[in-house]
Design a protein around this ligand. Structure first.
Ligand code: SF4
Ligand code: SF4
Length: 511
């Protein structure tokens, strides 16, 4: 077996920041499993791509693990019931997401029985499936990237499998302050993480996997090391990296581990790598080996506004309010509720929002951001110094303010990983990251609109073409029949014309 435990320097990785980690409070106790809530709120879109399509009706009784919304379109992921109960409604509900503050959700009143849907067959050993069948199976489990990207994992693997691949990289790097769910997952479920790595290697046909952890996580490193010794799989290697924010970004990780640079606008697969979060690997293990789709996750509940910071296993669909109550409730310092971490998270105004597949942290802070009033840019260049992608944030900001899509693209807006480093160092307190996020959303909305218009145009043109073809066909038939009637005489002509009239009347009626 390989027990590689080298600490890597940051090589030529650009920028980044060393931040106070603020993780001690939430890592002091083991992960707590939360009780089943009274109600589950399950958004039909918890992933990148098209929303899933509900397949249950109001009043219907559902079981834990039952498919309640199926993937719809070429990029989508299904949603499963997180516990048993009755479907109360399918309606818009407050959610935490980039575009819009509410979204259609399936609301389930739990019956407290937590009765599972019984699998017809025990899951087949994963290595008896072909890689392609395994990828399809992963898609059916509703598995999405749990590091925050929420790209449907089955589809990511399918796309990756079309490329020449060398390495699977399991991302256990959790460099954003407060967030510690992956650390606790690796400490407590190391065998599941490595089991997921083996499944992913089979699905991708690769024979080399790195599990990457920051060197300031000794408990996780020890747990993964022990699980590796038990598993004795020489294909898996543990790598430690120093803690610097945002080294957990996919492209940064690829560079740190392989010294390969992901090209601008490209993907890790362009340089032979696939990156998966450790939580995604454990979720794949539970689905493929134990038959449980993605219906729960570990999330960190922390910040000075929470009475007992901790990590919890909660059912997808549990409200944030219920989760905070399980962590002792709010303190009198609670001022701002953020879903996600302090750098990349999103502020919400209600704790009615549900925990979704992407929710790695629920943070309650005692001060609102940003600190200080916004001032004009003084061209100090600090933002460019810390940008891990080597962008020029001040220029991007000007182009975002002018809504200049071409300039934004030319200056690499799509490469921005929204890490927030530029905000943190800006002496003028300019909300740079928020402006990039909004600009990306605007560009995406325009692209979606264009795609919708294009689909409508294609539908319209094909309908017109079909009608034209039918008309041409009818005229040809008519001409042919006229020709044969001319040769058959007047009685036959009258008969044929009457038959044609009846037929055309019928066809017009159908249209
Ligand atoms: S938010 Fe974007 S522009 Fe700002 S530092 Fe991060 S990657 Fe660079
Ligand atoms: S850090 Fe702020 S003030 Fe300095 S160049 Fe960047 S945007 Fe301007």
């Amino acid at each position: 077996m390989s027990s590689g435990a080298a600490t890597y320097d940051l090589g030529n990785l650009h920028g980044g920041l060393r931040l106070d980690d603020e993780k001690a409070a939430s890592t002091a106790i083991a992960v707590q499993v939360l009780p089943i809530p009274q109600q589950l709120i399950l958004p039909i879109q918890q992933h990148v791509g098209e929303p899933a399509h509900p397949i249950v009706g109001i009043g219907e009784h559902v079981l834990k693990g039952q498919l309640i919304a199926q993937a719809d379109g070429s990029l989508s992921a299904p949603v499963h019931a997180s516990s048993s109960g009755k479907v109360l409604a399918i309606e818009p509900w407050p959610v935490s997401r980039r575009r819009g503050d509410s979204a259609p959700c399936i609301v389930i009143e739990c019956d407290g029985e937590d009765q599972s849907i019984v699998p017809v067959d025990a899951p087949a050993p994963f290595n008896t499936l072909t890689p392609d069948a395994l990828r399809q199976q992963i898609l059916a489990g509703g598995i999405v990237g749990l590091g925050g990207a929420v790209f449907p994992t089955g589809q990511k693997l399918m796309q990756a499998a079309t490329m020449p691949l060398e390495y699977l990289i399991l991302n256990g790097v959790e460099c954003e302050p407060y967030i510690s769910c992956d650390d606790l997952l690796m400490r407590e479920q190391a065998a599941e993480v490595l089991g997921g790595a083996q499944i992913l290697m089979h699905a991708l046909n690769v024979t080399s996997c790195f599990v990457v952890i920051e060197s300031d996580k000794p408990e996780a490193i020890a747990a993964i090391g022990e699980a590796m010794a038990t598993l004795d799989d020489a294909r898996i290697t543990l790598k430690q990296i120093p803690t610097i924010y945002p080294s957990g970004g996919e492209d940064q990780l690829v560079q740190l581990v392989t010294n390969r640079e992901v090209p601008s606008g490209g993907l890790p697969t362009d340089v032979g790598c696939v990156v998966q979060n450790v939580g995604t690997a454990a979720a794949i293990y539970r689905w493929i080996c134990e038959g449980e789709p993605l219906i729960s996750r570990i999330t960190t509940v922390s910040g000075p506004g929470v009475a007992t910071p901790m990590n919890v296993v909660a059912r997808i669909g549990t409200t944030v309010g219920d989760i905070i109550a399980s962590a002792g409730g709010y303190t009198d310092q609670a001022e701002q509720l953020i879903i996600g971490g302090p750098m990349c998270g999103k502020s919400v105004t209600t704790d009615d929002v549900p925990l979704v597949k992407a929710t790695n942290c629920i943070l309650v802070l005692n001060q609102t951001r940003p600190i200080g009033a916004e001032q004009p840019c003084i061209r100090c260049g600090e933002c460019a110094t810390v940008c891990p992608i080597q962008l020029l944030p001040q220029q991007l900001f000007w182009h975002a303010s002018a809504d200049n899509e071409n300039k934004l693209r030319a200056h690499g807006l799509t490469d921005c990983i929204e890490c927030g480093c530029c905000d943190l160092v800006c002496p003028s307190h300019i909300p740079l990251t928020a402006s990039f996020r909004n600009a990306k959303a605007r560009i995406q909305e325009l692209a979606d609109e264009k795609a919708r218009a294009e689909r409508a145009r294609i539908r319209f043109e094909s309908r017109n073409e079909r009608i034209e073809n039918e008309k041409r066909q009818r005229e040809a038939e008519l001409a042919e029949q006229k020709q044969s009637a001319l040769s058959a005489g007047p009685a036959a002509i009258t008969d044929i014309l009457e038959r044609q009239k009846r037929k055309h009347d019928d066809q017009d009626g159908d249209e």
